[in-house]
Design a protein around this ligand. Structure first.
Ligand code: GAR
Length: 215
């Protein structure tokens, strides 16, 4: 059985959606631990209530980004996860950290990348006057908010939208595409070819799994 490890910083609605999908859909995976860089992250309580292990590593206790990332990698590697998930982990990661987890580090970003990388994505969308906005699940590469795209969901931008109303509409979609994308990864259905991610058909993946079992 594969294992995933989730990094968070705050509210934890995505971690909640992932936990629920993992349990109700009986994924071929277990959640090793949920790590937050903030002790007061509400998502920690959500994870604890679901019976998961949680850990805190406060970035303020480290002199610089590299020192924090090194300590975080040590904590993560103690669990030897197959997949590391950034579920609202609001830290810019060093290149070394990202390269260490190349191909097994997945993030969700609240915009239709490559539009609106960085912060305040809903405000950026409103200011740009776009008619469609959304969310993206992608593999993490050293360039911030880039990396091969696994899944996206679009929502309309409606007249009178505020940052809050738009964020809520996008978040509803995040809770669908994020667990779906993680499940595809855990089922070995994602094939990365340069910047392109292909989804293997379910049947093909089942045949591969069958071969592996019989090998
Ligand atoms: C989500 O909207 C996620 O897309 C965003 O943080 C929020 C976390 O919410 N992530 C980023 O902005 C990463 N650049 P949650 O704690 O309720 O899951």
């Amino acid at each position: 059985m594969k294992s995933l490890l989730i990094l968070i910083s705050g509210r934890g609605s995505n971690v909640e959606a992932i936990i629920r999908a993992c349990q109700t859909e009986q994924w071929p995976a277990r959640i090793a631990t949920v790590i937050s860089n903030r002790a007061d992250a509400a998502g920690l309580e959500i994870a604890r209530r679901a019976g998961l292990r949680t850990e805190v590593l406060d970035h303020r206790a480290f002199p610089d980004r590299a020192a924090f990332d090194a300590a975080l990698a040590e904590k993560i590697d103690a669990h030897a996860p197959d997949l590391v998930v950034l579920a609202g982990f609001l830290r810019v990661l060093t290149d070394g950290f990202v390269e260490h987890y190349a191909g097994r580090l997945i993030n969700i970003h609240p915009s239709l990348l490559p539009a609106f990388p960085g912060l305040r994505t809903h405000r950026q969308a409103l200011e740009a006057g776009v008619k469609v906005h959304g969310a993206t699940v992608h593999f993490v590469t050293p360039t911030l908010d880039h990396g091969p795209i696994i899944a996206q969901a679009a929502v309309p931008v409606l007249p009178g939208d505020t940052e809050e109303s738009l964020a809520a509409r996008v978040l509803e979609q995040e809770h669908k595409i994020f667990p779906q994308a993680l499940r595809w990864f855990l089922e070995d259905r994602l094939e990365v070819d340069g910047h392109l991610v292909r989804l293997r058909p379910e049947g093909a993946q089942a045949a591969r799994a069958g071969k592996a079992v019989n090998a």
